[in-house]
Ligand binder design. Structure first.
Ligand SMILES: [Zn+2]
Length: 85
């Protein structure tokens, strides 16, 4: 059965290292689109207490993708932005 994580706010076993648990936190997410590199700070994410890796919920992942599209259209090479809901 496929398990999907709809709620990244919950503490869950870490999907990356399978040892620690993830707790709600914030991540700094780098995204590359073409020649544009966008760094988004303060993205709500589940953060592994063991490995420090993060994963994004569906809403955050979609917003990150939209922000990357905007950044690419702006033609700027490197952008740092705050995630804002
Ligand atoms: Zn982990």
């Amino acid at each position: 059965m496929e398990r999907r994580r709809k709620d990244p706010e919950e503490a869950l076993k870490c999907v990356i290292c399978k040892h620690g648990e993830t707790a709600p936190g914030e991540a700094t997410v780098p995204v590359r689109r073409g020649s544009c590199t966008l760094v988004i700070e303060g993205v709500p994410a589940g953060v592994g207490d063991n490995c420090g890796e993060y994963y994004l919920g569906e809403a955050a992942a979609q917003r990150v993708a939209r922000m990357a599209d905007e950044a690419e259209r702006s033609g700027t090479e490197v952008l740092v932005r705050r995630y804002a809901a």
